[in-house]
Design a protein around this ligand. Structure first.
Ligand SMILES: C[S@@+](CC[C@H](N)C(=O)[O-])C[C@H]1O[C@@H](n2cnc3c(N)ncnc32)[C@H](O)[C@@H]1O
Length: 499
């Protein structure tokens, strides 16, 4: 989730004097380097508004000397006046910058950032730096998310850039066939799973996809069905961001769906009651309206604004437990509550919905800062209580389990993927950010591969990769569908029974 964003606060180059000279230097672990010439290596500052750092052998030696045993003073004495790269700056110029948050190539301190759990601390350091990028302090909610999607996204909404860099999603990382998904794309695998659940038997007539992003899921869902299976199904894309809709419709058509697109907020779906058979919603509930309620409001049941009152009414209605020690204020997923209530309204009896998003099961949702906007965890024990109160039958499970992913499949670190993309851009070579297995990276980079160092892989289930385990699936079914024949199979014979 690193990337293009509102310009970060600019940092003055660090003054190398006094106590700073006694600090030790560590370069960030897992730095990805690209060797462009025999005497030229590239490194990417964390902030991609800054140019790539190009080093010669001297610069590289200085970086390597940042091993936790060398003081800033020693580095300055050894390299300060030597030219460190083809851009001509001496070591001092680099030493004044590399430890700034927007470079983040190294760290100066009396102690390493972390003792035993070294790596976790580095991750936290980077996390703090990224959080600084949101550009706003505190709570952004209530109106901001919609603003962001309706107004702020016009410029780069029509290519992968936004999703590569700003709000990377699971389905986006797996938009190409992937070893971790049995060689399938996310959308194709999703279709296989929905079929196996019996959701295409009988087939739905109206499918609504909410917040389809760039439309890859629609295309791939369609490709997994035969043309006659799609006949008489209508695919409706609903999105709050107009520029995305165009792509969603184009890609849905490429997947063979008769498709239309409507700009709308999913908290008020533009469909008649009991008119929809199947809803697909991938990773946008965290974008929906959050509300920040005070302890006083929660205890009195009286909200300071109509929106807060609406939230409090939900909490009372579905009987959410407030817990023993309420913090001074909490965040509540008002948008997702409105959304599931809308699903209940628009789905036909027997209609279904597939929802997935990251979230938690205890406590209250926390903000997740992304460049330029903030999202909010979905509190699933709350949301599940709401869907049951509405009358849905529900099933709930982690996304990797739903997709039956092999947890130890190795995938390229997403940070490394961003860095490789930067280097490739500088060379005018195409490179998309996605989940790569070792083989897939080799095929993609070809002759370039040996010139990269520091590319590293994680288990797909490792939280350090993408936190997949935090993504949950909620399967909803509105009771009352026509009873349908079900069968069991025994030695090639099908035994039908009425359910
Ligand atoms: C994080 S993206 C997910 C995109 C895509 N489903 C995927 O998995 O990559 C969120 C999507 O939901 C849309 N969106 C956000 N809030 C929405 C809302 N309240 N109603 C409808 N669409 C919304 C955004 O425009 C965007 O297309």
């Amino acid at each position: 989730m690193i990337g293009m964003k509102p310009a970060v606060a600019t940092h003055e180059p660090r003054h190398l004097s006094g106590e700073t000279l006694n600090l030790l230097a560590w370069h960030i672990p897992d730095l990805v380097a690209y060797q462009h010439h025999p005497d030229e290596w590239w490194f990417a500052p964390l902030d991609d508004n800054l140019p790539i750092v190009r080093l010669n052998r001297t610069g590289l030696d200085m970086l390597k000397a940042m091993n936790g045993h060398t003081t800033v003073r020693t580095l300055l004495e050894r390299y300060g006046s030597k030219v460190c790269g083809p851009d001509g700056q001496p070591g001092q110029w680099h030493l004044e910058r590399w430890a700034l948050p927007n470079y983040s190539l190294c760290y100066y301190g009396a102690e390493p950032p972390g003792g035993h759990r070294h790596k976790a601390k580095w991750d936290m350091l980077l996390q703090q730096i990224r959080e600084g990028w949101s550009g706003r302090d505190g709570f952004e909610g209530e109106d901001h998310l919609e603003d962001f999607h309706v107004h702020d996204l016009k410029d780069n909404a029509e290519d992968d850039g936004h999703f590569d860099l700003i709000e990377t999603t699971v389905s986006h990382l797996f938009r190409e066939p992937n070893e971790a998904l049995n060689g399938l794309t996310y959308g194709k695998l999703l279709m296989q799973k929905l079929r196996r659940l019996g959701w295409f038997n009988p087939k739905p007539h109206i499918i609504v996809e909410v917040g389809g992003g760039l439309g890859y899921v629609a295309r791939e869902l369609g490709k997994e069905l035969l043309p006659f299976e799609k006949q008489s199904i209508k695919y409706c894309s609903v999105d709050i961001t107009k520029p995305f809709l165009k792509l969603q419709v184009t890609r849905a058509k490429a997947g063979g769906w008769p498709c239309s697109g409507t700009q709308a907020n999913a908290e008020w779906l533009p469909f008649k009651d009991h008119s929809v058979d199947l809803v697909i919603d991938n990773e946008n509930m965290a974008d929906m309206t959050p509300v920040k309620l005070t302890k006083g409001e929660l205890l009195s049941g009286r909200g300071a604004t109509p929106q807060h009152q609406e939230a409090l009414d939900w909490i009372r209605r579905v009987r959410l437990p407030l817990g023993d020690d309420l913090p001074e204020d909490v965040i509540f997923n008002l948008g997702p509550f409105r959304f599931v209530a809308e699903l209940w309204r628009v789905l036909k009896p027997g209609g279904r919905a597939f929802l997935t998003e990251f979230g938690i099961e205890e406590g209250w949702p926390a903000p997740v800062k992304l460049p330029g906007h903030t999202e909010y965890e979905v509190q699933y024990s709350h949301l599940r209580q709401a869907v049951r109160w509405l009358g849905f039958h529900e099933q709930y499970l982690p996304l990797p389990q739903f997709l039956t992913m092999k947890p130890d499949t190795k995938v390229l670190c997403t940070g490394a993927a961003y860095t490789i993309q930067r280097f490739c851009q500088a060379m005018n070579r195409p490179f998309v950010v996605r989940a790569y297995s070792e083989n897939e990276l080799k095929q993609t980079l070809g002759d370039l591969l040996p010139k990269f160092q520091g590319t590293h892989y994680h288990d797909v289930a490792d939280p350090a990769w993408f936190g997949l385990i935090d993504f949950k699936v909620l399967l909803l079914e509105k009771p009352g569908g026509a009873p349908k024949p079900t069968f069991t199979e025994n030695r090639g014979y099908r035994w039908y029974s009425q359910r």
